[in-house]
Each structure stands twice: as structure tokens, then as C-alpha cells.
Design a binder for this molecule. Structure first.
Ligand SMILES: *Cc1c(COP(=O)(O)O)cnc(C)c1O
Length: 387
């Protein structure tokens, strides 16, 4: 038996399974499917894991992963800071209790209107990766604090984020020098290694490249203060998935930070998936079944246009589970809309299901409801229930 399988059969795994299924059964008495249970205790657990493993790094929750007000409020209470990408997101986190000093405007391309709003709301810290953006910021938000986002390796990440953003690292120092000449406050360097980055080397190399920019800047009389290590911290989407170990990864990142930077350097990060992903369980029901292509086909009441939108935008795959035990058969699971694209899995090994039976998915809190289309074909995404 593989170590992963053995782990899945330990009493702890069994206890967790019963815990999750009991939560689902209790919630079914109160809510109609589809619904997404978001466990505040898990949001807190993820936040605390991050703080414990990377105590020198201040986390800015990237709300694009899941901007549900209850989730943002939970992170406000825990003391988190926030990563936003638009004035809409700025207004939202402020309304929910975040303070301007705990926000980074981490979109390297901002409209002038959005920069003005950042200034009015005193959200001073922002990223950029090109000179035209610097002129814009200097004109609309004099003395803003800026981090240059550099392009770094995204090897092995589930979602590439360096195709569209990031300056050539060789330009890093020059861009910060230009920022200073324009009256802005050059703070340091930011990067993103790509989302669901299972490869710690991406972070270690990016820190090395960043340290070179810090050295060059210091030698030229422009000392830098801040390193933004971005997001990308991976989570397990499947129970038996191996090769994801945040604790080990964080230890290596921490060691690299200590080796390359002075004690006064301020570190921040922008976790999205890591904070929101594990908290949510999506609960759906079978609305129809048939036998096609020698297989059971089950149609459930949430799909690609709803909370499984991450299968398109996030290149994500999920583990489908049911409350039924017994012999398993190769089955297809599809969403409710009139589109063949809305097929969720062609090869699930699951017990035979009947109309009304529950199909649920764990670890689906990030990049799921956030990118769902409301009302396509008249179907609504799941109701979000914070517990
Ligand atoms: C999407 C994004 C994040 C969050 O990334 P995760 O992989 O979910 O941690 C952080 N920073 C920026 C700039 C992003 O675009």
C-alpha cells in the first residue's frame, strides 16, 4: 500500500470523513442544495498555519480567490491584511472593516480613476511593472509607495502568472530609481510564482533574483525595505494527493529569506488559495441520471458555469464524493446546463446514486464561486453558508 493510501485509512482520516459528512447531513436539514459550507475554523487554521510557518511574513489575503463578505470579515478579525486588484475591491475590504494601511493595490496595471480612488481612500502601497504606469501613478498619487513586480519562473504551477505581468528583473533597479525621480517612494520588489505552485524552487530562485536587485539598489544609494513574495502557496484538492507540504516549503522559503536579506527587511505575501481553498465544502444533489456509453451518467445541480468554474479558469480538478457506501462504478458527472462543456468528470469511481442523492466536493473555497456566472440558463451558484 502506498504511504498516501495508508494515511487515508488512519483513524484520523476516518474521523475527518465522519465529521464532514455529519456537517453535511446537519446542513441539509436547513438549506437547499446547492450550498457551499465555509468553515470559519478552517479559515482561522490556515491563517494560523501561515503565521506559524512564516512568522516574519505579513499575509495580505488576495480576495479574488473568494471575496465573500463573511470570509473577508473573518480575516479582518484575525488581523490579516488584504491584496486587492481594483477600486471595487478596495471599497469592499474597507467597507468590511480593513484599514487602508493594511491593503496592497497589487494590480500592476491600474486605471487612472482607480489610482485616484486609492489616493482618496489612502491605500498607498501598490505594485507596478512598467514605466508608463509610473508616470500615471506619479501624476495621480504623488508619494505613493511602490513595489516593482518582476517576472519570475512559474515552473510547475497550476496557473501561470508571469505571462502577462512582471518586469524583466534586470530592469528592476532602474524602474525603482525612476520611481524615486518621479517623486514616488520605492519600497522594494514583488513577484508571483504562479498559483498552486508545488515547486518551492520558484520561490527560492525568485528570492535570489530579488536579493540581487536589493544589492544593486543599495550600492547605488537607494536602500529598499520590502519584499512581497506573492501568493501561489499550494493546497491539497484530493485526499490522497502527495507532494504538497506547506510546512516543509515554508521552512525552505524562510531559510532563504534569512540567508539573503537583512533583519530589517519587511516581508509580505499575498495568499489567496491557501487561505480560502480548504475551508469550503460544496454540497450538490443528483437531479437526473441515465445510462449512456455503458456508464452511469449523473446530472447534479451545480456545474461549470457555477461553482465548478475553476475547472475552466483555474485549471482545477476536484474529488467527487457521495454519502453512499458499497460497490463503486465508473461514472460520469455533469452539471445542469444545456451545454456539453458542462461535464465535470468522465471517470469517477462512485457508488450507484439515485435522484436526490448528495454529491459533495471538499477544498473548493478558492476560484470557484468567485468566477461563477450568475443565472446562466437560469441556474444560480450555490448559496454560501458560513459555519
Ligand atoms: C491571484 C493573485 C494572488 C493570489 O494567488 P494564490 O495563488 O491564490 O495564492 C496574489 N497576488 C496576485 C498579484 C494575484 O494576481
Amino acid at each position: 500500500m502506498s504511504p498516501a493510501l495508508r494515511a487515508a485509512k488512519t483513524p484520523k482520516a476516518k474521523h475527518d470523513l465522519n465529521g464532514v459528512e455529519n456537517l453535511i447531513r446537519a446542513a441539509l436539514k436547513k438549506h437547499q442544495t446547492p450550498f457551499m459550507l465555509v468553515r470559519r475554523a478552517v479559515l482561522k487554521r490556515q491563517y494560523q498555519r501561515f503565521r506559524k510557518c512564516l512568522p516574519e511574513v505579513a499575509p495580505y489575503y488576495a480576495i479574488k480567490a473568494n471575496a465573500h463578505p463573511g470570509i473577508i470579515k473573518t480575516f479582518v478579525k484575525l488581523g490579516s491584511s488584504f491584496d486587492v486588484a481594483s477600486s471595487g475591491e478596495i471599497k469592499k475590504v474597507l467597507r468590511l472593516g480593513a484599514t487602508p494601511g493594511k491593503i496592497i493595490f497589487a494590480n500592476t496595471i491600474k486605471s487612472t480613476a482607480d489610482i485616484e480612488i486609492a489616493r482618496h481612500r489612502r491605500v498607498r502601497l501598490m505594485t507596478f511593472d512598467n514605466e508608463p504606469e509610473l508616470y500615471k501613478i506619479a501624476k495621480h498619487y504623488p508619494r505613493a509607495h511602490v513595489l516593482v513586480r518582476i517576472k519570475v519562473e512559474n515552473t510547475g504551477s497550476q496557473v501561470e502568472l508571469s505571462l502577462k505581468f512582471g518586469a524583466d528583473p534586470e530592469q528592476g533597479y532602474l524602474l525603482l530609481k525612476k520611481a524615486k525621480a518621479l517623486g514616488l517612494v520605492p519600497m522594494g520588489v514583488s513577484f508571483h510564482v504562479g498559483s498552486q505552485s508545488k515547486n518551492v524552487e520558484n520561490y527560492l530562485q525568485a528570492l535570489e533574483v530579488t536579493a540581487k536587485i536589493f544589492d544593486e539598489a543599495r550600492e547605488n544609494g537607494l536602500p529598499l525595505k520590502m519584499v512581497d513574495i506573492g501568493g501561489g502557496f499550494p493546497i491539497q484538492h484530493f485526499d490522497n494527493e502527495i507532494g504538497i507540504n506547506f510546512e516543509r516549503m515554508a521552512a525552505q522559503i524562510r531559510k532563504q529569506m534569512k540567508a539573503l536579506f537583512g533583519r530589517k527587511t519587511k516581508f509580505i505575501a499575498e495568499p489567496g488559495r491557501f487561505f480560502a481553498g480548504p475551508s469550503a465544502i460544496l454540497v450538490t444533489q443528483v437531479v437526473g441520471r441515465t445510462f449512456r456509453n455503458n456508464k452511469n451518467y449523473y446530472y447534479i445541480n451545480d456545474g461549470i458555469y457555477g461553482d465548478f468554474s475553476g475547472m475552466v479558469f483555474d485549471h482545477c480538478r476536484y474529488e467527487f464524493k457521495t454519502l453512499r457506501r458499497g460497490q463503486k462504478f465508473l461514472s460520469t458527472i455533469a452539471g445542469p446546463t444545456c451545454d456539453s462543456l458542462d461535464t465535470l468528470s468522465l471517470n469517477e469511481e462512485i457508488a450507484e446514486l439515485y435522484v436526490g442523492d448528495v454529491v459533495y466536493v471538499k477544498n473548493i473555497g478558492a476560484y470557484s464561486c468567485a468566477s461563477a456566472v450568475p443565472d446562466f440558463n437560469g441556474f444560480s451558484p450555490a448559496k454560501i453558508v458560513l459555519i
